[in-house]
Design a binder for this molecule. Structure first.
Ligand code: 6PG
Length: 253
């Protein structure tokens, strides 16, 4: 965990032509982050529409053959308290899109236990799992928790299940919290990693595509106080967006 580590670097904004380029760029960044670690790598996934194509690509060649499945561990930044096979379940979506189609060892897929009795109970169980994986419950004990954290942005500026005006935005002690009332549809109880936990990564990568994201991207780029703009990274912070989501036409840089 990186609380107390050096201040964030400035965010980098990359604009690519379309959803396919976004998925391919994200896949290459994911592979590069995995290649930077010798042993196990930890990737925190996200729900939403942004990563869908990326997930599908990872199950297809050439990416499927390039991922060292045995040493990559997959986590989820937030989930909804519905059964794993429910259409609203984020890890369920990731499983259907790629994890069930590739040789990922079952022990490497760390789902939020959404079958727990309450959002808080699920959050405490997942927090314990993260700490066990990390090998310490002391923030800053040794390097970042994740190699890559994927993120999305909702039309209200939420990210993970961190909604505008929620007390969870200011949580600095808990690694994971329950969210009894979602601030955005679908209105089901949620569990979310907190900002300091998400920040404990070598790279945080937002994936944003489609013209319906253009308004919120305008607000993000205007530095409005939105949850997505409060997200920070102890490592790199990259916003990867496609041209349809970009408020103004710019070339990829
Ligand atoms: C969730 C997601 C969430 C998502 C945004 C954007 O569970 O809802 O993790 O944070 O990234 O809501 O989702 P869309 O791209 O579908 O709008």
């Amino acid at each position: 965990m990186g609380r107390g580590m050096a201040a964030d670097k400035r965010r980098q904004i990359l604009i690519v032509p379309d959803e396919q380029a976004l998925a391919e760029t994200a896949a290459e960044r994911l592979l590069a982050r995995i290649a930077q670690t010798m042993g196990r790598a930890a990737v925190c996934l996200t729900g939403g529409s942004g990563p869908k194509r990326l997930y599908e690509l990872l199950a297809l060649e050439p990416y499927r053959g390039r991922v060292p499945w045995n040493r990559v561990h997959w986590f989820m930044g937030d989930d909804r308290l519905v059964p794993q096979d429910h259409v609203l379940h984020n890890m369920g979506m990731a499983r259907r899109s790629f994890l069930d189609r590739v040789p990922a060892p079952p022990g490497n897929v760390h789902s939020i236990p959404t079958e727990a009795s309450s959002p808080d109970a699920a959050a405490r169980l997942y927090e314990a799992e993260l700490k066990a994986f990390y090998g310490s419950d002391r923030p800053g004990a040794g390097g970042p928790l994740f190699d890559l954290v994927l993120m999305g942005v909702g039309n209200d500026g939420h990210t993970a299940s961190l909604f505008p005006h929620s007390t969870a935005l200011d949580e600095n002690e808990r690694w994971v919290v329950g969210v009894d009332k979602a601030g955005h549809e679908p209105f089901v109880p949620r569990v979310t990693l907190t900002f300091p936990t998400l920040a404990s990564t070598r790279e945080m990568l937002f994936l944003v595509s489609g013209h319906e994201k253009r308004d919120i991207m305008r607000r993000v780029l205007a530095a409005e106080d939105l949850p997505a703009n409060r997200a920070h990274s102890d490592g790199d912070l990259v916003w990867l967006i496609d041209r349809a989501a970009a408020p103004e036409q710019r070339d990829a840089s």
